[in-house]
Ligand binder design. Structure first.
Ligand code: UFG
Length: 334
């Protein structure tokens, strides 16, 4: 394949780029570097620009004879989407529609889209199958659902072949510690806990221990970023014109915030102080995938099933790059 990875300088996209390259595919990355890092792009050519720039995208698609687009570029923070929904509608909907138009105009009709379990809202029960009603409870989840619907319509009307992959909680880092997760500010549980282990934070705050869950803290399905990449490769190989795949990507196992912190203590050997704070608005108590459809139709199963293995890979990255990618940027400025 000749693949345009939109958002390939970001956390999940950059891991995808490495996997595509390792599998022998040609990779071109389009990223505006608003949250991604040029240093995270370890293969292929990086084009810095906006996915809403029709001229740039159409030229890039033609110049590199792209046959498949993988679209990772999005704003993905639930809380931020509530306070600044315009940013989410502009980036996740408006700009994505421009990207879709550029692919339509140039006849590139194969697309893998990063969707999310946030499209399910607060599910009545877990595990969550693909049949669970999609009733998002925040603008982030809604913007992803809008694009899922657009893809469905584009498939029916224009022959697009697509996969909408509904990630649960992406976590972990490349096995060699070269690339990993770096957000500013960081809001995700595992990197925050590991920053405590590194001495960069005093403690981690547990957002509520009075949820209706086994230990009172929220339960999530943590899926290794390289397992997500493997699912993209499998999905890309099964794209068919005019048809769409919509599948959950998770391990099918849930772990509580307390279990994750405990595992981080075991992996790092640090005490990792924690305190209990109030609930974070908008957090569903439990999000766990029924991942059986992905196995059935993609032949995909995650390799990293236990949180130890996911957290160990993240810890390797954080230890090797305690300042994340910022260190490279400082070096560049100097
Ligand atoms: N948590 C804490 N303390 C922290 C940070 C997080 O207790 O300092 C808790 C959260 O309340 C939640 C769990 O840890 O229960 C995981 O939180 P993350 O912020 O790591 O991840 P989320 O589940 O909120 O978000 C993830 C993705 C989103 C996606 C969402 C679906 O990052 O993109 O799942 O709900 F939309």
């Amino acid at each position: 394949m000749n693949v345009l990875v939109v958002g390939g300088a970001g956390y999940i996209g950059s891991h995808m780029v490495r996997q595509l390259d390792a599998a022998g595919h040609k990779v071109v990355v389009l990223d505006n570097l608003s949250t991604g890092f040029a240093e995270a792009v370890t293969a292929g050519q990086l084009v810095v620009g906006e996915m809403a720039d029709r001229h740039l995208v159409e030229r890039t698609l033609c110049e590199h004879r792209i046959d498949t687009v993988m679209h990772f570029a999005a704003c993905a923070l639930v809380g931020e989407s509530v306070v600044d929904p315009a940013k989410y509608y502009q980036n996740n909907v408006q700009a994505t529609l421009e990207l879709l138009e550029a692919t339509r105009e140039t006849g590139v009709n194969r697309l893998v889209f990063s969707s999310t379990c946030a499209t399910y809202g607060i599910p009545a029960k877990v595990p969550i199958s693909e049949q669970t009603p999609q009733e998002p409870v925040n603008p982030y989840g809604f913007t992803k659902l809008v694009i899922e619907r657009a893809l469905e319509d584009y498939a029916a009307a224009y022959g697009l072949g697509y996969a909408a992959l509904r990630y649960f909680n992406a976590a972990g880092a490349s096995e060699d510690g070269r690339i990993g997760e770096d957000h500013d500010p960081e809001s995700h549980l595992i990197p925050i806990v590991l920053q405590v282990a590194l001495g960069q934070r005093e403690q981690v705050t547990i957002f509520g221990d009075d949820w209706d869950t086994p230990d009172g803290t929220c339960v999530r399905d943590y899926i290794h970023v390289d397992d997500l990449g493997a699912a993209h490769l499998a999905a890309a190989s099964r794209l068919e014109p005019g048809k769409g795949l919509k599948v959950n990507l998770g391990t099918g196992c849930g772990f509580s915030v307390k279990q994750i912190i405990e595992t981080c203590r075991a992996v790092t050997g640090h005490a990792i102080p924690s305190v209990v704070g109030p609930r974070r608005p908008g957090d569903p108590p439990q999000l766990v995938a029924d991942a059986s459809l992905a196995k059935e139709i993609l032949g995909w199963e995650p390799v990293h099933l236990d949180p130890e293995s996911i957290i160990s890979s993240a810890w390797k990255w954080h230890q090797a790059n305690p300042q994340g990618y910022k260190i490279y940027q400082r070096a560049k400025v100097a």
